[in-house]
Ligand binder design. Structure first.
Ligand SMILES: C[S@@+](CC[C@H](N)C(=O)[O-])C[C@H]1O[C@@H](n2cnc3c(N)ncnc32)[C@H](O)[C@@H]1O
Length: 217
C-alpha cells in the first residue's frame, strides 16, 4: 500500500510495468539505486524491498517528495528523497541502477507546466522534453557497469530514445511491453494526436515499453 497526497501521480500501469522489470532484470542488488521522477516513491520502495541497500529518489514536486518520504517511512525503508530537477541534486554521484518513469505524454504545447498535476505527464508536443534530457544526463550518474530502466509510450518515440542512449555509449534493448487503453488524458487528446499523425483516428490504446540501457563495462 502507498500513501498519496492529492496532486501526486498515482502508480498505474507504467509504474507496475517498470516495477516488474526491476524485479526481473539482473542488477547489482547491493548497489546504489536512483529513482528519477519518483512520484509516490513506488519504485524506490520496490527497489529497497528487493534488497537494495542504498536508494535515492528525486522529484521536482514538493508534494511528491513529501509523499515519497511518508511512504519510505511507512514501509520502513531508509530512502533518501531529494527535491530537484532530474539528476541535478545528485551531481557528481554514481549509481548502479537508475529507474525512471518520467512525464512522456505529447501535449498541446512545448512549454512544460511549472506546477499542477499535468507536470506529472505533460512533456512537450513530442512527449520528449524529459526523455531527451534523461538520455543525455543519465550516463553521467551511472557507474561503468550501471543500468538504466526507463518507461515510456511508443507515442513519444522509442527509436529516438534508443538512438540517443546508444550515442551515449549504452547497450540498449526493450525488456518489457504492455498495451493499455487510453486513460482520460490521452482520450482528451485523441483528435489533436490524430491530426498530427501520431495515432490513427480510431486508436484507443497505446503501448508502454521499458527500455534498458547498459553501460559497457
Ligand atoms: C509519470 S509520474 C511517475 C511517478 C512514479 N515514478 C510512478 O511511476 O508512479 C512523473 C513524475 O515526474 C515528476 N517530474 C516532472 N518533471 C520533473 C523534473 N524535471 N525533475 C524531477 N521530477 C520531475 C512529476 O512530479 C511526477 O511525480
Amino acid at each position: 500500500m502507498l500513501l498519496r497526497i492529492p496532486g501526486v501521480y498515482p502508480p498505474q500501469d507504467d509504474t507496475w510495468l517498470l516495477a516488474a522489470a526491476l524485479a526481473e532484470q539482473p542488477w547489482n542488488i547491493h548497489g546504489r539505486v536512483l529513482d528519477l521522477c519518483t512520484g509516490t516513491g513506488a519504485l524506490a520502495v520496490r527497489a529497497a524491498a528487493l534488497g537494495a541497500g542504498d536508494v535515492t529518489a528525486i522529484d521536482i514536486s514538493r508534494r511528491a517528495v513529501l509523499t515519497s518520504r511518508l511512504n519510505a517511512r511507512m514501509h520502513r525503508r531508509p530512502i533518501r528523497v531529494l527535491q530537484g530537477d532530474l539528476t541535478a541534486p545528485v551531481t557528481g554521484e554514481r549509481f548502479d541502477l537508475v529507474v525512471s518513469n518520467p512525464p512522456y505524454v505529447p501535449a498541446q504545447r512545448d512549454r512544460i507546466p511549472a506546477t499542477g498535476r499535468a507536470r506529472a505527464w505533460d512533456a512537450g508536443t513530442d512527449g520528449r522534453a524529459l526523455l531527451d534530457r534523461i538520455c543525455r544526463q543519465v550516463p553521467d550518474v551511472l557507474v561503468p557497469t550501471g543500468t538504466l530502466l526507463l518507461a515510456q509510450s511508443v507515442l513519444s518515440g522509442v527509436e529516438k530514445t534508443h538512438v540517443m542512449l546508444e550515442e551515449q555509449g549504452l547497450q540498449v534493448d526493450v525488456v518489457a511491453r504492455r498495451t493499455i487503453p487510453f486513460g482520460p488524458v490521452l482520450t482528451a487528446r485523441r483528435r489533436m494526436l490524430a491530426s498530427r499523425g501520431v495515432i490513427d483516428a480510431d486508436q484507443s490504446s497505446e503501448e508502454i515499453v521499458v527500455i534498458r540501457g547498459r553501460q559497457h563495462s
